[in-house]
Design a protein around this ligand. Structure first.
Ligand code: CTP
Length: 471
């Protein structure tokens, strides 16, 4: 798990999500609140549900989403009234111009305004919208009105907006919203807290003294990959020129090994197909050492026979060489004559694995594993969405390897996760272990969509070991 101060240990928080393009960021906000120890339940407006599906949120929060102002809970209580009385704070992020206007006027047309009206707990509001909309006197008057209610407003930031225009309206940094929530709660309970800028600076601090509360039910289980087989490729391949020399790349394998570690922590059986790496692989993984792209191809082919893949998840983090010498020499080439190398492109291992998987599972979508690729780019992510489609994967994790925080060999990475059915998610600079955790959170949600474990589908005899070794 990500290190955390647990400044919200056992705190019950309602997260209100309204219909802004920034709604997808609320999922990450929910995870950050959970990492602080909070039990988060989510209220959504109808238009927010159009932007982000409730399945992801319900799975990660382990609570039903309350988006229907007329709905009753299973116990007959009115959902938003129960939330209003049960939680200790309400965080509305992102808050649209429409929602601010409704709230300022006390119009209880959605579950979030209704809960805010019915509650006396602190309310934190983080607006997000077009810059012109935020600057409009009507919106500014509504924000001022909310301040009069005692609500804590986390101002939006300036930057490029969904429209492509630049203005002040981008949802505030998620760490700032978490900080504001901690402060609002400690002010309400009169407890001093330490402030920190993000959920990553984990200096220990006393947690606020909460009212007695049930243990948080919402922290995602660390066994959510139990019974699943996760295959990770990591490190670089080396393509021989002669017995002494090779074409290689700068990959250290850190990102892939971080994914393998997190998958093991979550209870998965992990096969690690490993090229050249500078870090130790986890002892609990089954490690298949390879040197060349061709050997990695053979290992992947063994895992994807025509009767179906032997895994539930493939994370292709390896830096596979794109070119290899056409005719490697079996004798050391002398220096005197100089050297001209003819290079051939290597096959796209991920794309061909995805094709084999699709062919083997076309009659049963439930057996389709989740496929994840990485895209090492320099300067722009223009090609990434097309790469995702061309490779036939579910998720593609793009990073700019020209940036200091996400280059080869660093312990951090700054990635944007592209998905076949969600807007791209730009994550801040994070430790590779945190990137791995957030990536596998998304994989876990997708596994829920694609169905049962590969071991169920392929039969009890198909173990990872037998698949890779051909036994
Ligand atoms: N990959 C692969 N086989 C290759 C090259 C790359 O399976 N021969 C995989 C990588 O492991 C990664 C993804 O494809 O998961 C994207 O790799 P990247 O190098 O960014 O893309 P390429 O397909 O090589 O495209 P290009 O180099 O032209 O940008």
């Amino acid at each position: 798990m990500t290190e955390s101060n647990e400044r919200l240990l056992n705190r019950r928080i309602a997260l209100g999500i309204t219909g802004s393009i920034a709604a997808y960021k609320a999922i990450e906000l929910m995870r950050m609140l959970q990492r602080e120890g909070a039990d988060v339940r989510v209220l959504m407006t109808n238009s927010a549900v159009e932007f982000v599906g409730t399945l992801t949120i319900e799975t990660l929060s382990q609570h039903p989403v309350d988006s229907d102002v007329l709905a009753l809970q299973g116990d007959g209580q009115i959902g938003h009234i129960a939330s209003a009385h049960d939680v200790e704070a309400i965080v509305v992020a992102p808050a649209t111009a429409h929602w601010l206007a409704a709230m300022a006027s006390g119009l209880a047309g959605d579950t979030i305004t209704a809960a805010c009206l019915a509650t006396s707990v602190p309310v934190v509001v983080a607006p997000a919208m077009d810059g012109g909309m935020y600057a409009h006197p009507a919106t500014q008057a509504n924000v001022a009105r909310l301040r009069e209610f005692g609500y804590r407003i986390v101002e939006p930031e300036s930057g490029v907006l969904a429209s492509g225009m630049v203005g002040r309206g981008r949802l505030a940094d998620l760490g700032t919203i978490v900080d504001a929530t901690v402060e609002a709660l400690s002010e309400a309970s009169g407890t001093a807290t330490s402030r920190r800028s993000s959920n990553r600076a984990a200096a220990p601090s006393p947690s606020p003294s909460p009212a007695p509360a049930p243990a948080p039910a919402s922290v995602p289980s660390r066994s959510d990959l139990r019974g699943r087989h996760v295959v990770v490729t990591a490190g670089g391949t080396s393509e021989p020129i002669d017995p002494v020399r090779f074409i290689g790349n700068r990959s250290t394998g850190k990102m892939g090994i971080a994914v393998a570690n997190d998958a093991l922590d979550r209870g998965a059986a992990v096969t690690l197909i490993l090229g050249s790496v500078t870090v130790e692989p986890p002892a609990a993984a089954q490690v298949v050492r390879v040197e060349t792209a061709a050997q990695m191809q053979t290992a992947l082919q063994a895992l994807t026979p025509p009767e179906g893949p032997f895994f539930d998840v493939l994370v292709m983090a390896a830096a596979v060489a794109d070119f290899r010498p056409r005719t490697p020499s079996d004798k050391k080439v002398g220096r005197s004559g100089g050297m001209t190398l003819e290079l051939d492109p290597t096959p796209d291992l991920l794309a061909e694995t995805a094709k084999r998987v699709a062919a083997a599972t076309k009659s049963s979508a439930a057996r389709r594993p989740v496929l994840v690729g990485f895209a090492a780019e320099t300067g722009s992510f223009d090609k990434v969405a097309e790469k995702l489609r061309a490779k036939g994967v579910d998720l593609l994790v793009a990073n700019d390897v020209a940036e200091a925080s996400s280059g080869f060999g660093t312990d951090t990475n700054k990635v944007t996760i592209y998905s076949i059915d969600m807007p791209p998610e730009e994550l801040p600079v994070l430790d590779k272990s945190e990137v791995a955790e957030l990536l596998l959170d998304r994989v876990v949600v997708r596994l829920g969509l694609t169905g049962r474990a590969a071991s169920d589908a392929a039969g009890a005899t198909a173990t990872p070991e037998s698949a890779v070794s051909g036994r």
